[in-house]
Design a protein around this ligand. Structure first.
Ligand code: HEM
Ligand code: MG
Length: 336
């Protein structure tokens, strides 16, 4: 059925640390047919009942769950959720799969839209993930033990056994260099250029127990990293972050090994900077490119409820990113 998207739920009323692996949210292993995907945060929330165990949810449910279960900051939760929903979700039914494509999000609205869930490569999910392989190798969403071994190796080498900001910066660099050297289709452009650095900060920002102070230096231990990344399971007695966070230290991770957005143009080791791709110095271009190069390509000519809901979700996305100087809202589908 066609749904009028309700818009983002409000921020938390209590936004401090608290026990989130509580009696009301026990771990329940996914049952056959339940969908999980490339995001360890959302997988964990689905396994603990903060999201539907089916792995199919509305944007509002995802925002509420990430705020409640990890203290993800409202702006970041809205930004990630509406970005993903616009390219991976069903805009008519207001449902998004946190993994693969499924009929549970409702009937397709017509090509070239994909409505493929978070597993869909290159519109939101992208290369150089820490614990998931590049799409080129076939499976871009399942936990990859070989890559996790590298995560552990780097945490030992640079963090004394803990994943901290230093480890994040070195592993981010390594995963990009590996991609350039081995993946002929390696691509670090568009929204992936930004999410790659953001996600590297999430483990120490949100997977470390909220009662621990100095969390960037404290870091995430490998037992708890295994639980969350591999099993989608909160550590026993886990408390969420002590304040709303969108991941801290992202620019430090970037500055440790700066790189311009680009891709392997002609096989391995042909990384070529894309002179027309947004980077950290052009946040408004990130926004306008996401609309013109990604969303409008999927939805060139929407009508009816689809057009209405695109306009609404694009409005939620614009509001989510906060004020970017000299960055007026653009309306590829007009206004309501
Ligand atoms: C990765 C979606 C919130 C932690 C991803 C990926 C997607 C995604 C599509 C795969 C990107 C890639 O690596 O190629 C979302 C959406 C969210 C959300 C739509 C909505 C709010 C969160 C939260 C956390 C989190 C709250 C942490 C508490 C991570 C981490 C990765 C990741 C650590 C990287 C995994 C890796 O590199 O192996 N997310 N996510 N996400 N997400 Fe989320
Ligand atoms: Mg990936």
């Amino acid at each position: 059925p066609a749904v009028l998207p309700p818009g983002p739920p409000p921020p938390l009323t209590f936004s401090g640390a608290k026990l989130v692996n509580d009696k009301a949210h026990p771990y329940k292993a996914p049952r056959p047919g339940d969908i999980r995907g490339p995001c360890p945060g959302l997988n964990t929330l689905a396994n603990h009942g903060y999201l539907p165990s089916s792995g199919v949810a509305t944007p509002a449910q995802i925002i509420t769950a990430t705020q409640e279960g990890f203290n993800f900051a409202p702006g970041a939760a809205r930004f990630a959720t509406y970005s993903a929903h616009l390219v991976d979700g069903n805009l008519v039914t207001d449902l998004l799969s946190i993994g693969g494509k499924t009929a549970k999000t409702g009937p397709d609205t017509g090509a070239p839209a994909i409505i493929g869930g978070l597993n869909t490569h290159s519109v939101f999910e992208g290369d150089a993930s820490m614990t998931r392989a590049d799409f080129h190798w076939g499976d871009n969403h399942s936990f990859n033990q070989t890559q996790f071994d590298l995560f552990v190796e780097y945490s030992n080498k640079y963090g004394g056994g803990l994943y901290n900001l230093t480890v994040a910066a070195e592993l981010r660099h390594r995963r990009i260099q590996d991609g350039i050297a081995t993946n002929p289709e390696f691509d670090l452009t568009a929204i992936r250029f930004f999410t790659a650095f953001g996600e590297s900060s999430f483990p120490y920002s949100m997977f470390v127990d909220g009662r621990i102070t100095e969390r960037a230096t404290a870091g995430l231990d490998m037992t708890n990293a295994t639980l969350i990344f591999r099993d989608g399971k909160y550590p026993k007695d886990f408390w969420r972050a002590p304040e709303p966070t969108s991941g801290f230290g992202i620019i430090d991770i970037f500055n440790a090994h700066p790189i311009k957005p680009g891709r392997n143009e002609n096989g391995v080791n042909t990384y070529t900077v894309d002179p027309d791709a947004a980077d950290f110095s052009t946040p408004c271009k990130r926004y306008t490119d996401f609309l013109s190069k990604t969303v409008v390509k999927l939805y060139p000519n929407p009508t009816g409820v689809l057009r209405r809901n695109l306009i609404l979700n694009l409005g939620f996305l614009y509001d989510a990113q906060g004020v970017i100087p000299d960055c007026p809202q653009v309306f590829p589908y007009g206004q309501l």
